[in-house]
Design a binder for this molecule. Structure first.
Ligand SMILES: *Cc1c(COP(=O)(O)O)cnc(C)c1O
Length: 383
């Protein structure tokens, strides 16, 4: 067999490949903005917002500075802040929880369903029954897999909760024939470079079908202005940069194909790794879900050894995320949790591993990852 170390390493993600795949269009887009003399807002931002709203199947899209701000703006736009509690998961990017505190509200963290790694409606129901003051819920479509929206929406209706979908990993994911992001009151997307739709820098966007909410969020983004220099409400500054908007407009037409490629990669992993179950747990798909595989996450009892063995064979991996938010130094001991604790969240963090996943990953690279995993599990005798 060929020495695997002689082959180029395979990164876990590769945002530069996303640039090179569309380099002429992106270079032209940047040059166009530079030549225009218009460096804040304007036609490039409006053009991206219109294109993204059409993609999301929602009437209104509002660009902002990043995904964290999108969540803050959504909460503030819905009038949620001081004195309010907001439920979400601990198994997420820290930004989801940070945004709740940045909006002045108090996070309440619930457990996940261990099969899909998304919010467990039973944990949410228990927490709503035990704790007063919860006014909103933020389901996260983690790894590009839709959360259990029907169950979450039913609880939201019963408890009069606003629903903010954190779509930062799920641009284009569908559930029951509908695009995620259109189920709740408002959807928030990060456009961080490695996301399914990524800028070449920071960016974020919100989408909603509610025209009043959209108008309020748009004002909040720019000092609370409805009329220039007159702050109607107390706002902030969170704008999508026109250069990033132009880059995103060049990339948006390829998002559906990129997502399809991610699904094809996931299916190739599924087939190649089927023989390694049950020691290796593969991603599962909720019935009715069309995920977009922001990550392809496996689970193994000896995750750290497996990760090291893969690294020795040039296979890049990552852990999303190694420490639940409620156990991180900034949050530990002061965050309200499901009264039964978060056992599935804590268990998942010890065993999850994200394999290489990005649209530019070639079939033969996927196959190399599969072979390396097989060999790692045999050699480490962790199977
Ligand atoms: C990336 C991400 C965010 C934060 O986005 P930024 O653009 O980095 O602020 C929020 N939530 C989730 C689930 C994410 O993956």
């Amino acid at each position: 067999m060929m020495d695997p170390t002689s082959l180029p390493p395979i990164p876990q993600t590769d945002p530069k490949a996303g640039y090179l795949a569309h380099k002429p269009a992106i270079d032209a887009a940047i040059a166009r903005v530079l030549a225009s003399g218009w460096y804040i807002g304007g036609a490039e931002v409006a053009g991206f917002e219109a294109g993204f709203a059409a993609f999301a199947g929602l009437d209104h899209a509002i660009g902002c500075a990043n995904g964290t701000d999108a969540l803050v703006l959504a909460l503030r736009g819905l009038g949620i802040g001081r004195g309010d509690r907001v439920a979400t998961v601990s198994h997420t990017a820290v930004a989801t929880v940070a945004a709740i505190e940045l909006a002045g509200a108090e996070p309440v963290l619930v457990d996940i369903d261990p099969a899909t790694y998304t919010l467990d409606p039973a944990s949410l129901a228990r927490t709503l029954a035990a704790l007063p003051g919860i006014r909103a819920v933020i389901p996260v479509h983690l790894y590009g897999h839709p959360a259990d929206l029907p169950a979450i929406l039913e609880l939201a209706r019963a408890h009069d909760l606003k629903v903010i979908e954190d779509c930062s990993q799920s641009h284009g994911a569908m559930l029951d024939g509908r695009m995620t992001g259109g189920f709740g009151d408002v959807a928030c997307f990060s456009l961080y470079p490695t996301k399914n739709l990524g800028a070449l820098g920071d960016g974020g966007v919100l989408a909603t079908k509610d025209p009043v909410l959209a108008e309020r969020i748009r004002a909040l983004c720019e000092y609370g202005w409805r009329e220039r220099y007159i702050s109607d409400i107390a706002g902030l500054n969170s704008r999508l940069d026109p250069i990033q908007a132009a880059i995103l407009s060049a990339k948006l037409p390829h998002l559906a194909a990129d997502n399809a490629r991610r699904r094809a990669i996931a299916e190739r992993y599924d087939r190649g790794l089927a023989g390694l179950t049950p020691a290796l747990t593969l991603p599962v798909r909720r019935p009715g879900a069309v995920p977009v595989y922001h990550q392809y996450v496996v689970r193994h009892a000896d995750r750290d050894a497996l990760r090291q063995a893969l690294g020795r064979q040039g296979i890049g991996t990552n852990i999303h995320y190694p420490m639940p938010v409620h156990l991180q130094p900034a949050y530990q001991g002061r965050i309200v949790l499901d009264p039964k604790g978060l056992p599935e969240t804590e268990r998942a963090a010890t065993a999850i591993l994200s394999l290489p996943m990005y649209p530019g990953l070639a079939d033969d690279q996927v196959d190399r990852v599969v072979v390396a995993l097989r060999e790692s599990m045999a050699v480490a005798r962790v199977a």
